[in-house]
Design a protein around this ligand. Structure first.
Ligand code: DC
Length: 227
């Protein structure tokens, strides 16, 4: 695909704001690839956990990077993340991977390690990419930037229902605590913190059903792209 023709949509926001559901729906509607960058940080977190390395120990985690190869492959339009050739798409969704990802994502070497992969995906493909720093750092030239948010209570409730539906045992209170802790970590780290890009459109989905939120964002993206 010619570089000038490639379209990039950046969706950033805190954990549980509905980014992945919305990004997936928008990408399907437009025929774009959906790139979930959180899965990349999660895969590094999983690797560190498996090696018994403290995920808050920047030096030790950085020392693991030369042993790690992370790849994204798309099967029937769905992203799969490979860690040293192993498909870890399921493993990275396990609850312990969330906090591990939040920890390793604050390590500058980890962010640098994953940067080219993200840039390359967006240079070659029409993408909807979601994360924390896509509109600010990874794709500052994105055609459309959305900053998606919702109250912590609403986000915890959504996570709770999602996990309950999958048969996972969780407590609402501990999910809420974790969401608040991750919000704090992600927006207070020194490098590429979670923040709205000046040219991003703020979409607050508190009180919206996911269907309503999807419709809101799809409409906005279509308008911005002139579709
Ligand atoms: O979106 P997620 O919950 O899968 O992300 C997991 C963690 O990875 C999140 O707490 C912060 C980090 N992350 C990041 O720092 N930058 C991104 N572009 C995506 C995720």
């Amino acid at each position: 695909m010619n570089k000038e023709q490639v379209k990039n949509i950046a969706i950033d926001g805190p954990a549980g704001a509905g980014k992945s559901t919305i990004a997936r729906a928008v990408s399907k509607e437009l025929g774009f690839i959906y790139v979930d960058t959180g899965a990349l940080y999660r895969s590094i977190g999983v690797y560190a956990l498996r090696q018994g390395v403290e995920t808050t120990d920047g030096e030790k985690v950085a020392a693991l990077l030369p042993q790690i190869k992370v790849e994204l492959r798309f099967v029937d339009g769905l992203q799969h993340v490979f860690l040293n050739g192993e498909d870890v798409s399921e493993a990275v969704r396990q609850p312990e991977a969330s906090m591990a990802a939040s920890h390793v994502s604050a390590i500058p070497q980890v962010r640098a390690f994953l940067f080219d992969l993200q840039r390359e995906m967006a240079a070659q493909n029409n993408v909807v990419m979601d994360g924390r720093d896509i509109g600010t750092v990874v794709l500052p030239q994105a055609d459309v930037k959305i900053f998606l948010t919702a109250s912590p209570e609403e986000r915890a409730r959504r996570r709770f229902n999602e996990m309950k539906d999958k048969g996972m045992q969780v407590e609402y209170e501990s999910l809420l605590e974790e969401i608040k802790q991750r919000d704090y970590n992600d927006s207070h780290r020194e490098i590429a913190p979670l923040k709205q890009a000046p040219d991003a459109v703020l979409v607050d989905t508190t009180g919206d059903s996911l269907n309503e939120a999807v419709a809101k964002v799809t409409k906005l993206v279509r308008e911005k792209l002139g579709l």
